[in-house]
Write a new protein. Sequence first.
Length: 107
Amino acid sequence: MWKDRENIEIAFDALKNELENDKTYLSDDDAVRGYFFISFISLYFYYKILNIIKEKKLTHKISVNEVLLELSRIYEVSYDNKKKLGPIPERVSKLMKNLGINLKHIP
């Protein structure tokens, strides 16, 4: 039971500190519900990325925030009603290879 409680406290710590979701400044009930829903989704993806990093034994080299920063450099380009990924920087490509991320499966 104590181990589960510790894991929950670690998750809330990540939500507040790493994802900076500790202040809402919202007064509408629906807006607050939406805010917490998005916060939950972001926490879910944070832990998915963290588990990939742990699985690949890269925790000493890179953090979740660094992964998100690097992946934010990938853009979708739209032209002539067609959507395509822009050029992927070499550093991002290398990171994706190390983490086992394959963009071919993303629609």
